[in-house]
Design a protein around this ligand. Structure first.
Ligand SMILES: [Zn+2]
Length: 475
């Protein structure tokens, strides 16, 4: 059997709690450097950690959503190493007793469903941040030190870069639905580190495991894994010596390069954290958390297919973000036309949000007001084109769709009497097209319809114009 890619993913997620993991410092992004620190998160002698209850709950929430078991009893452990961004010289983490373990995620990746096993989702604290200046000096910001960090580790079940991408998209949507993290990879709230090697699953021969760091987007993970698979294949074919190592992704050059030879768990001298008692989540509490889980992205996607009859693509796009899915459902219900609602949300609404750099939660147009606009189109009061034209006004003005239409005097002309003269003029101005149409060229009618629409600034009801022209030309 040939060598096949064997990929695992370790994902770190900063939890969206009010305070840090073991102290009362605020958990906040972009505060002035070293303004959110105290003796506990700086590891001053004599300071003692107190665990953050909400962070523990968030990891249990996530673990349950990932089909994991919750440990009846587990402990924190000290991971010892020296680095300037770690003021204590150790990180409180979990080692052989994770809070949740043994779950799975089903992916609809290329070529059918794939089950990715989740080894564990555990709780630890984040480190500070080193900032390297161009002049060679380095600064340390300890604000991030002690922020609750969840680590989610898969088994090495991925066989392609595309599957890794699918998993990260699914995981990001899941974390946001659960409300445990904003999970932006670009802002460092979600960080992924793949391990990649090649294995012959018959003989169990394999290349040494390579871990990749410095990945700042889902695309970077995909590209780095793809590059690393190809690099290892080339190395095997060329008979090069290969090492178990950590490699750094260079996004500009699109390559991985050696960072350091791999350290093993022994190097960290893990031991149980002596300042914290073991955790034993009460089964009733775990069941309460399970019962409070929201409808998750996959389930919602499937419901959108069956309940609203949406195409797969629409269901996928609309369920990626919970607030977007909520907005769509409100709109579909209010206007009674799910497909039209989907088109508006994915089209004009999304374009408006992108243009104004807004989240759907900040969008000033309530679903009810947009629904009224969709109803006006359906009833023939305005055309779809005009609806698109007045959409920005509707958003900005805070008025109802009826008010905007009334004010602008742009009601669709649906009375035959009002169109009579313009229809006559259209025929008189297009004698050539009239001949062509009478000779059987259906398309020739378009010239006359276009004339009427121009004359009425798009307000004529196109079906009525068509019908009236045909009647006139038949005589
Ligand atoms: Zn603190």
């Amino acid at each position: 059997m040939p060598l096949q890619p064997c990929i695992g993913l370790e994902v770190h997620v900063e939890l969206d709690t009010e305070s840090k993991m073991f102290c009362g410092c605020r958990n906040e992004f972009a505060a002035p450097p070293n303004s959110l620190c105290c003796p506990v998160c700086l590891g001053m002698p004599g300071s003692l950690p107190v665990p953050n209850y909400t962070a523990i709950e968030y990891v249990i929430r996530t673990g349950l959503a990932l089909n994991c078991q919750v440990a009846e009893r587990c402990r924190f452990a000290r991971k010892n190493y020296f680095y300037p961004d770690l003021a204590k010289n150790f990180q409180i983490s979990q080692y052989d007793e994770p809070l949740t373990f043994g779950g799975h995620v089903d992916l609809l990746a290329n070529g059918g469903p794939v089950r990715i096993r989740i080894r564990r989702a555990h709780l630890e604290e984040d480190t500070g941040k080193n900032i390297h200046l161009p002049d060679g000096r380095s600064l340390v910001d300890y604000n991030r030190c002690g922020i609750p960090l969840m680590e989610i580790v898969t088994e090495p079940d991925f066989t392609s870069a595309e599957q890794c991408r699918g998993y990260l998209l699914e995981l990001r949507a899941l974390l946001r639905y659960l409300g445990v993290s904003t999970a932006n990879m670009e802002e460092g709230q979600m960080r992924a580190e793949p391990t990649v090697n090649l294995i012959d699953r018959d003989t169990d021969q394999h290349t040494p495991m390579v871990e990749i760091k410095n990945l700042a987007s889902i695309k970077a993970v995909h590209d780095a894994v793809e590059y690393e698979i190809a690099r290892q294949l080339r190395a095997v074919e060329a008979g090069e010596e290969m090492f178990q190592e950590t490699r750094r992704w260079n996004d500009q050059q699109g390559i991985t390069a050696t960072m350091r030879r791999k350290e093993t768990a022994d190097d960290y001298m893990y031991f149980p954290e002596p300042d914290l008692v073991p955790m034993a989540p009460e089964p009733e509490w775990v069941e309460q958390i399970r019962a409070s889980l929201p409808e998750l992205p996959r389930a919602r996607r499937e419901r959108f297919l069956s309940q609203y009859g949406l195409p797969e693509y629409d269901a996928e796009v609309l369920t990626t973000s919970k607030p977007v899915a909520d907005y769509f459902e409100g709109l579909a219900e209010a206007c009674g036309d799910p497909k039209a609602a989907a088109n508006w949300v994915m089209g004009d609404v999304q374009a408006y949000l992108n243009e104004h750099d807004l989240e759907i939660g900040e969008f000033p147009l309530e679903a009810e007001r947009l629904a009224a606009l969709i109803v006006l189109i359906r009833e023939g009061t305005i055309s779809g084109k005009i609806a698109k034209d007045i959409f920005p006004d509707l958003v900005a003005s805070g008025k109802t769709a009826e008010e905007v239409v009334e004010e602008k005097g742009i009601k669709q002309i649906s009375a035959a009497g009002e169109l009579e003269a313009i229809i006559e003029a259209a025929i008189a101005a297009n004698l050539r097209a009239v001949e062509d149409f009478k000779a059987g060229k259906e398309k020739a009618l378009g010239a006359m319809v276009g004339f009427v629409m121009r004359e009425t600034k798009g307000q004529a009801n196109p079906q009525l114009v068509n019908q009236m022209l045909r009647e006139k030309l038949a005589n």
